[in-house]
Design a protein around this ligand. Structure first.
Ligand code: DX5
Ligand code: ZN
Length: 247
């Protein structure tokens, strides 16, 4: 794999997988070429939906060698760091909207587990807002290892992509040219009209970890371990990444 190819990571979101066969679904996307498993945790408070917790994560980790990127859409995320790290989270992302007060303690605790520390912005949250000044400073100073940007409102799969996310990617890139950006929500591939492929657009804007739920876990591609959507999303993202380098 060339240097450029290894920059782009495809992370299927289990939110759109068959929950009655989650282990099988994770193993399928692993065989299908996924780089990371995106694990969406919702608590019924930060967002209305409730999904999965640390026990399911622990079991799935036994079935796959892929790293798990755990996206905590929960209130009071500082209370959940230990349990999810002990369950095997490789990346742990908390929401900026919930993290304002306790940043240093949160970072310290995450560091004590050696987890990749992610900070997320929901769609509609403007990181330029004064409330997020300290978080942005920490992003600039590499106190976080990764930034997750939502292109849909947190809480459900299958929503349309919102172009505001492209501006947020550019803003985060202007703060920190090297921090990995994980783009979550609304990812699709339309190779015939490249400018409509959101996988292309987000990579062109500067995202490297591309999360995709509904466009990967399409029953039509189940028998081939979801290889087609994973390959197509990767191809679109790679051409977006190359376009960004050509500027
Ligand atoms: C939204 C979740 C996403 C979701 C993306 O709250 O964080 O990870 O699964 O799904 P798609 O790719 O269908 O927009
Ligand atoms: Zn997510």
């Amino acid at each position: 794999m060339s240097d450029i190819e290894s920059r782009i990571k495809i992370a299927p979101s289990i939110l759109s997988a068959d929950f009655a066969n989650l282990g099988d679904e994770v193993q399928r996307v692993e065989r299908g070429g996924a780089d990371i498993i995106h694990y969406d945790v919702m608590d019924g408070h930060f967002v209305p939906m409730i999904t999965v917790g640390p026990l399911v994560l622990k079991r799935l980790k036994e079935l796959s060698r892929l790293p798990f990127s755990t996206h905590l859409m929960v209130k009071n995320p500082e209370r959940q760091i230990k349990t999810f790290c002990e369950a095997g989270a490789d990346y742990l992302t908390i929401h900026a909207e919930e993290a304002k007060g306790h940043l240093d303690e949160i970072i310290q605790e995450m560091d004590s587990f050696g987890v990749v520390k992610g900070i997320a912005f929901d769609l509609g949250t403007n990181p330029r807002d004064a409330r997020y000044h300290k978080i942005c400073e920490y992003i600039r100073d590499n106190k976080f290892d990764m930034v997750l940007i939502l292109a849909v409102k947190a809480g459900a799969g299958g929503q349309p992509f919102n172009e505001e996310a492209l501006k947020t990617i550019s803003y985060i890139r202007s703060l920190n040219p090297t921090i990995p950006i994980e783009l979550d929500g609304g990812i699709n591939y339309i190779p015939e009209i490249r400018e409509k492929s959101t996988a292309y657009l987000v990579a062109k804007a500067g995202a490297e970890i591309i999360v995709a739920g509904s466009k990967v876990f399409n029953p039509q591609f189940k028998q081939e371990d979801y290889q087609t959507p994973i390959q197509r999303i990767r191809a679109e993202a790679l051409s977006g990444y190359r376009a960004s380098r050509a500027r």
